[in-house]
Design a protein around this ligand. Sequence first.
Ligand code: GDP
Ligand code: ZN
Length: 316
Amino acid sequence: MKVTKQGRIIKGIGGFYTVLADDGSTCVCKARGLFRKQAKTPLVGDIVEFSYDEEREKRERTASESFCDAAHTAGGSNGYLMNLLPRKNELIRPAAANIDRLLIVVAASRPEPDLLLADKLLVCCEKLKIDPVIVINKCDEDAEGSAERIATEYERTGYRIYRVSAADGWGIAELKAELEDAAVCLAGQSAVGKSSLLNALLPGIALKVGSLSEKTERGRHTTRHTELIPVGNSGAVLDTPGFSLLDNIEIEPREIKTCYPEFRAVRGECRFNGCIHVSEPDCAVKKGGENVISRGRYERYVHLVKEAEENKRNRF
Ligand code: GDP
Ligand code: ZN
């Protein structure tokens, strides 16, 4: 008998897709010709309907292996993807769909925090409807109070901020709760400890940790397959920490202000309706100063607007 279920693609290699069903079971599926005709490529993270033959599943499942493992051992698939549900968002690098949350990682020590990158990632999250979380790692090495400074700078955003150390496990249990109810991805500069954090959060996944030069060396020779690792009952985390923003969004200069939660407190208070809070007179953001937004965040905001204007000029 054919059974149809709904689930999420957690892995896709060579045309075979592993789907984690809502009931916790997994099934390896092939995409039907239908997808090819519609030029739709299923992505890790896609919510799909799939169907399989129940008798065959029972026959092939062994006591020690899950259905999915059995299918891989046999080199085949047991099910078919029938339908891709509409996507909430779509990332290009890593190639994934329906990411709910982004852990933006910065280091309290080395490398020097790149807060412009963090701000760009935050803008990206607002645009793609991703819930952002700021993670300050390497707190075991924070001699200059850098974690405190970063946390203060982002206080008015209202985003959740975690201080952790992947090295000694401090704060990891609290952070892990963020993985349990959402599809999560990690992002941040190289060497801030993203791989180390994934290892600390998910003992057993054994990602390689290393210096920047080792990583770029490795990156040249290996193709990584992005995979979602299930966490708890309804969570999952992408094992590829490399969310790259420039590939993921294009934004209008006027739109950037809508991606700053701090500005919401003074909405409608500027003299001009379309005020972008850069050089207009009687601007509530500028009048409010650090009561509205921290100086660093504001300076980087102005920089981002100028950059977006520059990009726009170059586009036309
Ligand atoms: P990634 O490039 O962001 O994935 O960073 P890695 O996880 O490869 O870590 C880069 C370097 O930082 C490695 O040498 C790690 O051992 C080190 N590291 C990672 N997390 C911590 C931490 O919490 N404290 C300290 N002191 N070092 C860390
Ligand atoms: Zn204004």
